[in-house]
Design a protein around this ligand. Structure first.
Ligand SMILES: NC(=O)c1ccc[n+]([C@@H]2O[C@H](COP(=O)([O-])OP(=O)(O)OC[C@H]3O[C@@H](n4cnc5c(N)ncnc54)[C@H](OP(=O)(O)O)[C@@H]3O)[C@@H](O)[C@H]2O)c1
Length: 299
């Protein structure tokens, strides 16, 4: 074993923040970290700092066997393979099996809030992964149930600022979202804290917001009014299809609104502060920091 910590998906946006916080916030020695990615060539900056770099692809069992045997604590960052329904769960199960075979002492995984019985069409990927971890013989694990990223609002902000309308099927459902950087900070802290326990955290911001609240904040920062227009779920799907999205993908995105409307992202917890000792970043301040990008979305 050559490292204390291994992070998969290290070239991804969250993975980069996890490795950053391991190094800069937790003060972990670079040589104690393995940054693993399908594209290790993209991690040259980390290699230059002394971080160990390995190729790991959840679709390639050999790549996992070799790398996971080198680390005591492994963070599996969930993949983004939403275009192949069901494949994400296959990938995550393969990663868990490889960690088990390699003798990993503590496995960590990035999940979502309340994945069981969720109307979100990809929630079964997370529910199934959590179940596979709990059924494994890995002696200790931590499940990191991450609420939505602040950054996700930028996807809706473009069309909303262009048209002045934010179409929603989420009713008055609230989102207790949190910044991606804070989730990287929390994952790094959970890695460093990993011991012999089995734990489940739900990381959220300190407040929750309806789409109306969010649209009002975006509008203020961008200097253009945005009206939230309530539509039925099918109307939302057909609107996305009309804008060029394949229908199965539109149905996945629309199911996010159903989940929000049902309160699936609304619960606020104190887990982030309990683990990191800090308050999560404020959403209002984050939106303000995006004012330039938001203004540039107005045609
Ligand atoms: N909470 C939220 O709001 C939210 C939003 C979007 C996504 N997510 C989930 O959180 C994950 C991380 O978010 P992000 O912002 O970092 O997304 P991202 O920048 O799109 O990164 C995608 C991640 O998936 C990894 N990946 C893809 N295929 C893989 C494979 N075959 N084997 C191993 N890893 C693979 C990538 O790793 P490499 O490219 O380095 O191999 C990368 O870390 C996403 O993949 C998704 O599951 C959460």
């Amino acid at each position: 074993m050559t490292a204390k910590y291994l992070v998969t998906g290290a070239s991804g946006q969250l993975g980069q923040r996890v490795v950053h916080h391991l190094l800069e916030t937790s003060g972990v020695a670079a040589g104690d970290i393995i940054a693993a990615s399908r594209k290790p060539e993209q991690l040259a900056d980390l290699a230059a700092k002394g971080v160990q770099v390995r190729r790991v692809d959840f679709d390639d069992a050999q790549s996992m066997e070799a790398a996971f045997a080198e680390a005591a604590n492994v963070l599996i960052i969930s993949t983004d393979s939403l275009d192949r329904p069901g494949h994400r769960l296959v990938q995550h199960r393969a990663a868990i099996a490889a960690a088990e075979a390699a003798g990993v002492k503590h496995l960590l995984y990035t999940s979502m809030p309340e994945p069981t019985n969720s109307p979100l069409l990809f929630a079964p990927d997370h529910e199934g992964t959590e179940a596979a971890i709990q059924a494994s013989s890995i002696p200790a694990w931590t499940i990191l149930r991450n609420n939505w990223y602040f950054e996700n609002v930028m996807m809706g902000a473009g069309p909303a600022l262009a048209s002045g309308n934010w179409y929603s099927a989420a009713s008055d459902g609230k989102i207790a979202h949190i910044s991606r950087d804070d989730l990287g900070r929390a994952a790094a802290a959970a890695l460093v804290a990993a011991g012999s326990e089995k734990k489940l955290y739900t990381f959220t911001g300190s407040n929750s917001y309806t789409y109306r609240d969010i649209a009002a904040l975006l509008a203020k920062a961008a200097g253009k009014d945005v009206a939230v227009v309530d539509v039925p779920l099918e109307g939302l799907v057909q609107g996305m299809v009309g804008a060029g999205l394949p229908e199965p993908v539109a149905r996945v995105y629309a199911s996010i609104d159903t989940m929000i409307g049902n309160g699936g992202l609304a619960k606020i917890t104190g887990d982030f502060k309990a683990l990191t000792g800090r308050e999560p970043q404020s959403f209002e301040a984050w939106v303000e920091s995006q004012a330039g990008a938001l203004k540039s979305m107005i045609p």
